[in-house]
Design a protein around this ligand. Structure first.
Ligand SMILES: [Zn+2]
Ligand SMILES: [Zn+2]
Length: 828
């Protein structure tokens, strides 16, 4: 069974009840979650129940060896993660025989996290688990818990290989939510190619957070990066300090706080960091760059990141001017209704507000801390604590000890803390209820995450406010201009591809090492199993005998599958003077992010790469403060290996198939931080890398292209711009982000003989994203066209056709051409 409902709808209760019943009846329960933190939290709640017959224990990388035997022999509720199941439990299943024999239930919590390549690995691990269970004669019930997803039963079946019943009706009491879509204004600043630059989402979020805290609205701000979250908190605190200083002692806050707040320094909109995180996090920025007609872009957000910093340094001057005016305005002005724009009347309630059922005792939607009341109500008689105002805002980061988290929860509940800026790490392990407002800085990637984050506000039937603040990105732009893309729409399907031979192969080896494979096992692992087994035998990984397929090698079969990785041994980033390990970067990304001479960011500090030694797997870096950013340029070629599916699309043709992408980083550009001025191109000597993957591509007929050429359109620039924007929009239809996919566009492709735009999965063998693009092509490309059209820039900007990872220096690009190209394709 799969339960797919929103935040705080009581999913844990739904699986805990039968799970505990299973324990009481002498059975065992296996609980799987993507992260150790969540397992630790679940353990705590289980212990708090104080049911002596339930003996819960976590079993993960942190479990001391001396405790492991106890867990195997005595625990009846084992909490672990897919990594430990893959490497620790399944290979040693005989040590767990007592546990497996009595296994009644497998809980797969937060299963919406199992998407893409990682999800495909987990799907195969679950198939291995099923085989091991049947070896010990148990047939446990699978109970999946997921955030809202479309077609959850179909997803559950892809993940487990089993038929699923789905539960999607959320009857928990929820008040209505006012949802605002907020686009920061364009500034006078100019970026790449003279493109106008918007005020950053972090700067806008900090303003809103300060305003809401002043209005006594309990607010949570979700910011994509940790540095961004800290920036928002610092910036909001600074604003509140200014407010406190500007108000005479004993003054009342007055009716308002929608009034503008002084704008002090606004540090940059931090983008995701290029180094890879610790186990438990998905690898950030490990995707391939999209590429233009030939050279390509660095993955990782380094250039954009630094660009944003530079921009904000300039923005300081502008903001400083505003300060004087705003400080005056603060004293005199009453509530400024314009400070909070009217919300979209879309039916957000369709998702956020379920009809309360009588037995649940829904609260009425009136509440003293109600947002509307607070902003329009009479001045409070209480003497406010002005000096302590800035302390009402804090930043939260993952990794806090659970005691710290409990303190934080308490402070938020009691109102000593009114504003909290966080990454979505908060989703793990902090129970915050009774919030009034949620600010979301930047599209969180999926509608599912958006509702999950927005769902943090307005528990217990209270009304709430949610604001999505757009970043400079085609997808964000599209969404704030198209509320219909959010409201009244099902959330995304969770995409994974367990049949990917690059995923299946290693797990077949691991399965054979656990218990030799027989013909009877083939259906468990999917339709392509027989073919993949043949290849494994040919490659000498498995041996075929009369009784089945055997693993006879000395090494551990589980080492073949890198379930969270981007393939290949990671490159270690080491500080040369101290030998300190700063982080790791997967091998493909190393070429673009830590090549010799690259500027490398680590937790807000800047380093220069002294040398990248690929053979040793090490990049040596030194602390530095260069006044430029770097970005790698590469030459990318794509070859069509096999067309799998093809269909007409408007006047063109759409194809899904297998491709081989060859990329070679050939040089890197330096760009001055303050002005964006190019400082030259430095050659690099790096080997080409080849990726076999799956792609979706579209072509237009030769005569149509000839007509457009005669009209004087820059076809190369048009295709390149359409490619960038379409990469930006695909995440609206598949649960990927733009770093999971790459692109190539060309006026004339060798294999198709036509103008062609390719979008490919950035993972060996493919991950299901390009396939999703194929099946939703008309909607996807229509949304792409709308995103370009609705952007108010003239010739293209980061909100529409510029890409933060374009290795072609965002050249050539033609906004007009891209629109014409897509119009021609979609409306023949
Ligand atoms: Zn634009
Ligand atoms: Zn590009």
């Amino acid at each position: 069974m799969i339960i797919s409902t929103g935040t705080a709808s009581g999913k844990s209760l739904a699986y805990l009840t039968p799970a505990i019943t299973a324990c009481l009846g002498g059975g065992t329960v296996l609980y799987l979650t993507p992260t150790k933190a969540l397992a630790a939290d679940q353990l705590r709640s289980l212990r708090e129940l104080r049911i002596s017959a339930v003996r819960p224990a976590t079993f993960d990388g942190d479990t001391p060896f001396e405790e492991r035997t106890w867990v195997r022999q005595h625990a009846n509720y084992v909490l672990t993660n897919p990594d430990m199941l893959h490497r620790g439990i399944l290979p040693r299943h005989s040590q767990w025989s007592a546990f497996f024999r009595r296994l009644r239930m497998i809980v797969v919590d937060e299963c919406h996290g199992y998407r893409g390549v990682f999800g495909s690995h987990v799907a195969q691990i679950l198939r291995r688990l099923r085989r091991v269970c049947s070896r010990y004669g148990s047939a446990p019930v699978y109970m999946l818990a997921s955030a809202t997803a479309s077609e959850p039963a179909a997803f559950g079946m892809r993940l487990t290989g089993l038929e699923m019943d789905e539960v999607t009706l959320d009857a928990s009491p929820k008040g209505s939510t006012t949802f605002a879509l907020w686009e920061p204004p364009l500034t006078d600043l100019r970026g790449e190619g003279g493109a106008p630059i918007r005020r950053t989402a972090t700067a806008e979020t900090a303003d809103l957070l300060a305003d809401l805290v002043l209005a006594d609205v309990r607010t949570l701000a979700f910011v994509r990066s940790r540095r961004g979250a800290e920036t928002v908190a610092l910036s909001a605190r600074a604003k509140l300090a200014d407010v406190a200083a500007a108000l005479p002692y004993g003054a009342h806050l007055g009716p308002l706080p929608g009034a503008p707040v002084p704008h002090p320094a606004l540090p940059g909109d931090a983008a995701p960091h290029p180094s890879t995180g610790t186990a438990g996090d998905p690898p950030p920025d490990s995707g391939p760059p999209d590429t233009g007609t030939a050279p390509a872009d660095p993955p990782g957000a380094t250039p954009a990141d630094l660009g944003a910093l530079a921009v904000d340094a300039d923005a300081l001057a502008v903001e400083a001017d505003a300060l004087a005016v705003d400080a005056d305005g603060l004293k005199a002005e009453p509530a400024d209704p314009a400070a909070v724009p009217p919300a979209e009347p879309g039916d957000a309630t369709a998702h956020l507000q379920a009809e309360p059922t009588t037995h649940l005792q829904a609260e009425p939607t009136t509440d003293p801390t109600d947002v509307t009341k607070t902003t329009t109500g009479p001045p409070s008689d209480a003497e406010p604590d002005w000096a302590g105002l800035p302390d009402k805002v804090a930043a939260y980061r993952a990794g806090y000890l659970s005691e710290d988290r409990r303190l934080l929860e308490k402070a938020l509940r009691s109102g000593t803390l009114m504003g909290l800026a966080t990454t979505n790490a908060l989703e793990l392990g902090v129970d915050v209820s009774g919030l009034d407002a949620v600010l979301i800085a930047g599209w969180p990637g999926t509608r599912a995450s958006l509702w999950q984050q927005a769902g943090r506000a307005g528990r217990d039937g209270k009304e709430s406010l949610a604001v999505l603040i757009a970043r400079d990105d085609p997808l964000d732009t599209y969404i704030v201009h198209h509320p219909e893309a959010l409201f009244g729409r099902p959330v995304e399907a969770i995409v994974l591809d367990p049949d990917n031979p690059y995923v299946l192969g290693p797990h077949l080896c691991a399965a054979a090492a656990e218990i030799p494979l027989t013909e009877d096992d083939l259906p468990t692992f999917g339709d392509t199993t027989a073919d993949v087994l043949d290849d494994l035998v040919t490659d000498g990984l498995l041996r075929r005998r009369a009784a089945g397929w055997f693993w006879t090698r000395r090494e551990r079969a589980t080492d073949l599958a890198d379930i969270r990785g981007g393939g290949g041994a990671p490159v270690q980033v080491v500080e040369s003077t101290t030998g300190r390990l700063l982080g790791t970067v997967d091998e493909p990304s190393a070429h673009t992010t830590v090549h010799t001479g690259a500027v490398y960011l680590h937790q807000g500090e800047t380093f220069l790469v002294e040398e990248l030694d690929l053979d040793a797997g090490v990049a040596l870096v030194g602390a530095a403060e260069p006044d430029y950013s770097t970005f790698a340029r590469d030459i990318t070629e794509i070859r069509v290996l096999k067309s799998l599916r093809t269909a007409p699309l408007g006047c063109g043709t759409l194809t899904f198939g297998e491709v081989e992408v060859t990329r070679q980083v050939v040089s890197y550009m330096k760009r001055r931080l303050q002005t964006g001025e190019m400082l030259g191109d430095e050659p690099l000597d790096l080997p080409p890398r080849t990726l076999r993957t799956r792609a979706v591509w579209w072509t237009l007929p030769a005569d149509t292209i000839a007509t457009l050429a005669e009209e004087g359109f820059d076809l190369g620039g048009a295709a390149h711009a359409a490619e960038h924007a379409s990469i930006g929009l695909l995440p609206l239809f598949a649960t990927c982000d733009r770093w999971d996919i790459g692109g190539v566009s060309t006026e004339l492709h060798f294999d198709t003989g036509l103008l062609t735009v390719f979008v490919y999965d950035g993972h060996e063998g493919g991950a299901g994203f390009a396939e999703r693009g194929y099946s939703r092509a008309a909607d996807w490309l229509t949304a792409t066209r709308e995103a370009i059209r609705s952007c108010e820039c003239e010739r293209g900007c980061p909100s529409c056709i510029q890409s933060p990872k374009c290795g072609n220096g965002n050249e050539p690009l033609s906004k007009r051409g891209a629109l014409r190209l897509l119009d021609t394709l979609l409306n023949p």
